[in-house]
Design a protein. Structure first.
Length: 564
């Protein structure tokens, strides 16, 4: 059954534990951040205590107003400052390196998980996955380099520094303890105001990216029909929507940072006024007042940093959350341990049913595809013909029925061993950037005679004549540089050059004229005569006449008709 689409799950808290589960580098980075933050905290405390001691002594004791009187304290202060600078620099340097590694690991994990999706499920989520992997998840760097260190500092610095202030001056500690919760309260209020805006930004970016990719893919056709300017208004509207959502998020980020800075400044000022008044009336020592005054901003700083960095990291966190939902759904590759010799083996579809969003396609498909014959699957669009081929390959899980290869269920087969015996031509053949020869020999290098015979059978020799560089002609991603008919013939050549015992052809004559179609169907007949089991999806009358058996595929129980 098709898995549900990517839906928003409840929040996991400030730190999603799935980050440590799926990224080894993230776990090491967290430990390093905790260690370095602890060092920074100790340096802050040591520096404040030393400064308080020196200033109080210099102000209250005229005899101590020489550098030699404070040599040890100054050395400790200098050491604390140097260690703090080095620890902060190391944390920042390590954060950027680790962030790049974490993002790369998550991208690879998501891509690996996506390759295990069933084809129908992948088609439904292809655009969102592409945006998450190629662009959105990169925003996680701001989370790792800014938000996470600030969060760790809040957990370590704030309580330790507040404890030191409590030891030095109870009144200042009470004032800080009372005012400190105001910052997270305002952060929560701002968070409620911006709730869902990161998701909205990512959604509009996904929609815009999808529209642009579709437009670029169909631009040659639109230009041929003189309608290339038709989608301009829609693309402009999507761009404006993305700009508006981004600007709203930026405005709130700037305003919230200003509010948090102002609030923290007022809180520190309140502590400073209290210290000043009590010093005037002699109710506290100067050293304790100086230490409390130096440490007070350090208590508020981590919380201010968390609020400031939150908006910068929100887009990346949203993208990472979607990536984690993909990884949470990851299942082990369905592969048994049994092997089968596909040569002369019949393929049996026994009540095959595959659930879809609109019911079942196919539903109750029963057919026997004998070795050395051509079986044609036909029916309405969306009836499940391509899905039936996916079930035979073992990349689609039936919700009912079973597929057997030589009497062995596909679910129990060693899929790698089974795939090695199958030549599959999908509706959208996969081509890699490179030469035509590299694409034809993608699964192995045949001898020259076999390659020549395959190209002649697919009508590809005509394509080679039209390109001066022949086999060395370079094509781009997805076959850029070739027409649809040329691309189809290239894919057919790659299929025919295989010595596989089973041939699965999904609309093999699509984009071909009648002469090339006749040549291809003759080659398919020749393969069947050699004993190859051929299962072909088609609608054209010529394709149906080429079959030995026709199977009608539909949402209801299909009827199997012997070819006349």
């Amino acid at each position: 059954m098709t898995a549900p689409a990517l839906a928003r799950t409840p929040a996991k808290g400030p730190v999603d534990p799935r980050l440590w589960k799926y990224s080894r580098s993230a776990r090491g980075y967290l430990l390093a951040t905790v260690g370095l933050s602890t060092v920074v905290t100790l340096c802050i405390i040591v520096g404040a205590l030393t400064i308080g001691r020196i200033l109080a002594g210099v102000i209250t004791d005229p005899a101590a107003r020489t550098v030699s009187a404070w040599t040890a304290e100054l050395a400790v202060l200098a050491g604390a400052m140097v260690v703090r600078v080095l620890a902060t620099g190391a944390q920042s340097r390590y954060a950027h390196r680790s962030a790049s590694r974490v993002v790369a690991e998550l991208e690879i994990e998501v891509l690996t998980a996506a390759t295990r999706f069933e084809p129908r499920e992948l088609d439904a989520e292809r655009e969102e996955l592409a945006v998450v992997v190629t662009r959105a998840i990169g925003g996680l760097r701001a989370y790792l380099t800014g938000y996470l260190p600030a969060l760790v500092l809040t957990v370590i610095v704030t309580p330790l520094v507040l404890l030191v202030i409590l030891i030095q001056d109870v009144t200042s500690a009470v004032i800080i303890a009372v005012t400190l919760p105001l910052i997270p309260i305002f952060m929560i209020l701002i968070g409620l105001l911006t709730k869902g805006r990161a998701a909205a930004t990512l959604t509009t970016m996904t929609r815009l990216s999808t529209q642009l990719l579709d437009l670029l893919a169909g631009l040659p056709t639109l230009r041929a029909l003189r309608r290339e300017h038709g989608p301009a208004a829609r693309i402009r509207a999507l761009g404006d929507a993305h700009r508006r959502t981004t600007m709203r998020a930026l405005k709130v980020a700037f305003l919230s940072s200003m509010v948090l800075e102002l609030l923290a400044t007022l809180c520190v000022a309140l502590v400073a006024v209290g210290i000043g008044l009590r010093l005037v009336f002699g109710e506290m020592t100067l050293e304790a007042g100086i230490i409390a005054l130096i440490l007070a901003p350090e208590v508020y700083f981590p919380l201010r940093a968390v609020g400031t960095q939150f908006h910068a990291a929100e887009d990346g966190v949203e993208a990472a959350d979607r990536a984690f939902r993909v990884l949470d759904r990851r299942t082990a590759q369905r592969s048994g341990g049994r092997t089968v010799d596909a040569e002369s083996a019949d393929i049996e579809l026994d009540g095959l049913t595959v659930a879809s969003r609109d019911g079942a396609a196919p539903a109750g498909l029963t057919a026997l595809c004998r070795a050395g014959t051509i079986t044609v699957l036909t029916g309405a669009n969306g009836a499940g013909k391509s899905t039936a081929l996916h079930a035979i390959l073992g990349v689609a899980t039936p919700s009912g029925g079973v597929v057997r290869i030589g009497g062995v269920p596909v679910a129990g087969l060693d899929l790698e061993q089974w795939w090695a015996q199958v030549a599959w031509l999908p509706q959208r053949p996969v081509l890699i950037p490179g030469t035509i020869y590299e694409n034809v020999t993608l699964h192995g290098v045949p001898d020259a005679d076999a390659l020549h015979a395959a190209s002649r059978a697919a009508g590809f020799e005509e394509v080679l004549r039209d390109h001066p560089e022949g086999w060395d002609t370079r094509v781009g991603q997805g076959g850029v540089g070739l027409s649809l008919g040329e691309l189809q013939r290239l894919a057919l050549t790659r299929t025919f050059v295989s010595d596989a015992a089973v041939m699965l052809l999904d609309e093999p004559t699509a984009h071909l004229d009648s002469a090339n179609e006749k040549t291809v169907l003759q080659a398919v007949r020749g393969a069947a005569d050699r004993g190859v089991t051929v299962i072909m999806v088609g609608h054209r009358r010529s394709v149906l006449h080429a079959g030995d058996r026709i199977v009608e595929v539909s949402g209801s129980a299909p009827a199997e008709l012997d070819h006349v």
